[in-house]
Structures are given as C-alpha cells and as structure tokens.
Ligand binder design. Structure first.
Ligand SMILES: *[C@@H]1O[C@H](CO)[C@@H](O)[C@H](O)[C@H]1NC(C)=O
Ligand SMILES: *[C@@H]1O[C@H](CO)[C@@H](O)[C@H](O)[C@H]1NC(C)=O
Length: 208
C-alpha cells in the first residue's frame, strides 16, 4: 500500500467518524431494520447516492485508457468492482474508487488529469442527488414529526452549489445524515477502507 493510499484510507475513516476498531459498523443497522417508516426512505436515499458513485466510476473507467497518467487509480480496483457480488461490498468498493478519483480535492491539492475530466459531470450528478434527495427527506421528517432545518437548508444549498466543495459534502453525506437522523443510516460505505487499513483485505475483496 502506497503512502498516499494509506493517507486516503485514514481520511476516509475519519470522515466516517470511526476509530480503527470497527466500532461504528453495527450500530444503527438494527434501528433501521425495525423502523417501517425509516427503512424505505433510507433505501431510497441509498439508491440515489449510489447513482452518483456509479455514474462517476463509469465515466472515469472510460476516460482512463486515454490518459497517460502515472498517478491514476489502479485499474485493478475497477476489475474488482466487476467481480463483487454483495451490494455493500460493491458500493464500498465504488465509494473507495470515488474517493480515490477525488483524492486531490480531499487533500486540497491540484486535480490530476482524470479528475479534471470527470469533475464537471460529477458535480452535476452530485447536485442532482441533493435535489432529488430533498423531497423524500422532507416527507420523512413530516411523517415522523421531526424537524432538521439545518440539514434541509444544507441539502438545498448543496443542490445549487457550483464550488468543488460540493464533492466533500457528498463524500461526507452518509455521516452528516446519520448524525442528524440515526435511523436513516445508510450502508457502510467505508467498509472496504476499514478492511484495507486493518489489513483484512489486500486491496481486493476477491482475494479475501
Ligand atoms: C506517457 O508519458 C511518459 C512520460 O511523460 C512517456 O515517457 C510515455 O511515452 C507516455 N506513454 C504514452 C503511451 O503516451
Ligand atoms: C451544514 O453545513 C455547514 C457548513 O458547511 C456545516 O458546518 C454543518 O455541519 C452542516 N450541518 C448539517 C446538519 O449538515
């Protein structure tokens, strides 16, 4: 594992708000499973969230062969994605690839060629995500007799955000949502990052 990959992993784990001991994994899963109001909403948010991961990764996959960039993401991760069967493993791999593609943004460095090409479409997809996620969230808050004005204000603002910072808002969204509405916890997108940092996986789920 290279140093930059290791720092990316640590960054992801800090974004997830977890220590290294996998403490954060199981917590709200049960809350969601037994909450008939929350479950379909969490699933809808997850579907919308996953669409962005999917679109960006496919875009990057198609652009990579045309780029001559030694910094570019290891193609192995894309191949692994194709062989991942479980939904959570698939999307935690996708989230990891997504974070890698955006790692210069996360580290506030100059974007590489791949990111420069992918970024405009990615930001559009992210704004669309925030646009589409607002109605189900508002409806859920209404039906569960709760208010989260700061969250809704942020989601509304992000839906129109032109700055690159919207990418970080997206990467951090599962965590901000969970902090506000624990019963809407999404799947564990940092599962692969945690497994890698703990040395459980060697870079690929397939070789576990
Ligand atoms: C890629 O870039 C390196 C360094 O600039 C160069 O030596 C190599 O020939 C390039 N490869 C292709 C396929 O363009
Ligand atoms: C809303 O956005 C602000 C500024 O980015 C941030 O500090 C705050 O934590 C966010 N709150 C929620 C609930 O997302």
């Amino acid at each position: 594992m290279s140093r930059s990959e290791r720092s990316l992993l640590l960054l992801l784990i800090s974004i997830a708000g977890c220590g290294l001991g996998l403490i954060c994994v199981a917590r709200a899963d049960s809350a969601r499973a037994y909450n008939p109001l929350a479950r379909p909403v969490a699933e809808a948010v997850e579907r919308l969230y996953n669409q962005v991961l999917h679109a960006t990764i496919e875009d990057a996959r198609q652009r990579l062969p045309h780029l001559n960039d030694s910094e570019a993401i290891d193609k192995q991760y894309f191949e692994d994605l194709d062989t991942t069967l479980s939904n959570e493993d698939y999307y935690s791999t996708a989230y990891y690839i997504f974070a890698w593609i955006n790692s210069q943004l996360m580290a506030q460095q100059r974007p590489d060629k791949l990111l420069l090409e992918v970024l405009p479409g990615e930001k559009t997809a992210i704004r669309n995500f925030f646009l589409k996620v607002r109605p189900p969230l508002e409806s859920y808050l209404h039906r569960s007799h709760q208010t989260r004005p700061e969250l809704i204000t942020n989601v509304t603002r992000w839906a129109g955000e032109q700055q690159d910072s919207v990418v970080m808002s997206y990467i951090e969204f599962p965590r901000s949502l969970q902090a506000q509405l624990p019963e809407l916890q999404l799947m564990d997108y940092t599962k692969l990052a945690k497994a890698l940092i703990e040395g459980v996986a060697t870079g690929i789920w397939g070789s576990l």
